[in-house]
Design a protein around this ligand. Structure first.
Ligand code: SF4
Ligand code: SF4
Length: 245
């Protein structure tokens, strides 16, 4: 992993596994904003290759890494990044079975052909209904936090979210179902009211996978407490410009 956090902090966000033990390797550095769809070419690949050469030279030596990176564009920049990671403090942490975020993976039930609808059709979901197997796991880096007090109910976040994360509330607000969010930042970018959707580092939150806060409910239950919570997060908001990617 590339992170400025130490391995123990990171383990709070990594799902626990039953077996076997493994080694968590943390390379100090700014983590990538790359995700399922984008490759920002921000040096993460080079740094990870440099770290592998350092901790597991039996798999990849530094010469192998250099040879590969020199075959790409911007070779000296890439090699320097790998060297930085190779020479920097790489933290190792043995992770025992069961250590990490409690998270039970439920394999989906795959229907046989006799269970399927005619033509292999897949029934559509009703509004606000969700497929429990299509969650984003612990993958997102940032999460949207909504300031419902400022929302003008324009619906742009709901329309533009590539993962249909927003549920429509009975009074016309748009509430992110955070288990399905990938943290892309599109909603924050299209929202026309400044500081109404902010993107905050996922590691600022302790609610963990499967127990995400319901932002709309929290706001309805105690608007004053929600406002204070939102304001405490405002200085930590990140601008994730999708258009610049
Ligand atoms: S960051 Fe916003 S637009 Fe992107 S997946 Fe999450 S809710 Fe949807
Ligand atoms: S885009 Fe912003 S203002 Fe529009 S509905 Fe979503 S949160 Fe509200």
């Amino acid at each position: 992993m590339v992170s400025k956090r130490n391995p123990d902090e990171l383990l709070k966000f990594i799902p626990a596994r039953d077996s076997p033990p493994y080694t968590l390797v943390v390379v100090y550095g700014e983590r990538s904003i790359g995700d399922f769809w984008t490759f920002p070419d921000d040096g993460t690949v080079e740094r990870v290759l440099g770290a592998i050469a350092k901790v597991m030279p039996s798999i990849l030596t530094l010469d192998d890494v250099k040879r590969y990176l020199e075959s790409l564009d911007k070779p000296s920049e890439r090699v320097n990044r790998a060297l930085e990671a190779y020479q920097s403090l790489v933290k190792l942490r043995e992770v025992r079975p069961g250590e990490g975020l409690p998270y039970k993976y439920e394999p989906p039930h795959l229907p046989g052909w006799k269970d399927m609808m005619i033509g292999g059709a897949i029934p559509g979901l009703k509004p606000n209904q969700r497929n429990p197997y299509f969650t984003g796991g612990t993958a997102k880096h940032y999460r949207p936090v909504i300031n419902f007090d400022k929302c003008i109910k324009c619906s742009l976040c709901w329309e533009y979210c590539p993962d249909s994360v927003f549920d429509v509330t009975p009074d016309g607000y748009f509430n992110p179902a955070l288990a399905y969010c990938k943290g892309c930042g599109v909603c924050a970018e299209v929202c026309p009211v400044p500081d109404t959707i902010i993107m905050v580092d996922e590691m600022e939150f302790e609610d963990g996978y499967g127990k995400f806060i319901d932002e709309y409910r929290a706001w309805k239950e105690n608007r004053e407490a929600y406002r204070k919570w939102f304001e405490s997060l405002l200085p930590k908001a990140q601008v994730i410009s999708v258009r610049k990617r």
